[in-house]
Design a protein around this ligand. Sequence first.
Ligand code: 6PG
Length: 256
Amino acid sequence: MKGTIRVFPDRETLAFAAAHYFLSVGQAAIMHTGRFMVVLSGGSTPRLLFQRLAVPHLQDALEWERVHIFWGDERCVLPDAPESNFRMARETLIDYLPIPEANVHRFMTELPPKEAALKYVGELQTLFGLSAGSPPPSFDLVLLGLGDDGHTASLFPGTDVLDEREQWVTALYVEKLAAWRVTLTPAVLNASKDVLFLVSGREKAKVVKEVLCGVRRPEDLPAQLIQPVSNNLHWFIDSPAAEELFLRSKERRWQG
Ligand code: 6PG
């Protein structure tokens, strides 16, 4: 896997660094293209990042009216449901910043899942000036989390979406959650200019090691599918989640 790994002492420091990264990628994108196309993730670690970004002294750090917000995946619930990734981002980030409503591109989960996925494809085509059959859009930054089962976005182990090569967005029923999700596919995620994984917590230590250092088996560890063509892949991990990455060197030190 090509990319960089940075380990932070705790999730607060990680969120702080991620906020700076977000702002610097955003500033560069706006300087070069006039807008910042960013994909948000659900999960507890991104929530901290959003809270970090939504502070008054960062109001001027980015031209927020040029920021376009997308989601890597969504739970098929109404947008105001507690499980909604959109709701989480709205309540922690969007409500605090001058991002125009027209720039907030949520999944229309009030529609049936497959229609919501199709509608999102249409939205991406319009915003990126692409048509059906074009190569996938290239986001400036994609934020991703990592589930303790190796999933990222809603690319869950053993699901058909892992083999999807054509579609940009898909709806899937996740048996173990007994729930529908909509998700961007690996084809779109890997077309991004920059991908940043945010992972924290001791419960992620085993899967972090398996994904980053283990044998390649993406059908069980879908996060291994993420390798952007840009090669701009970054993993920000807090120390508890990185614990097993360094186990061997610690053992060596203890023995020696
Ligand atoms: C979702 C997310 C998912 C998440 C991981 C990690 O909607 O569930 O997009 O991919 O990022 O499950 O979540 P935590 O940071 O809460 O562990």
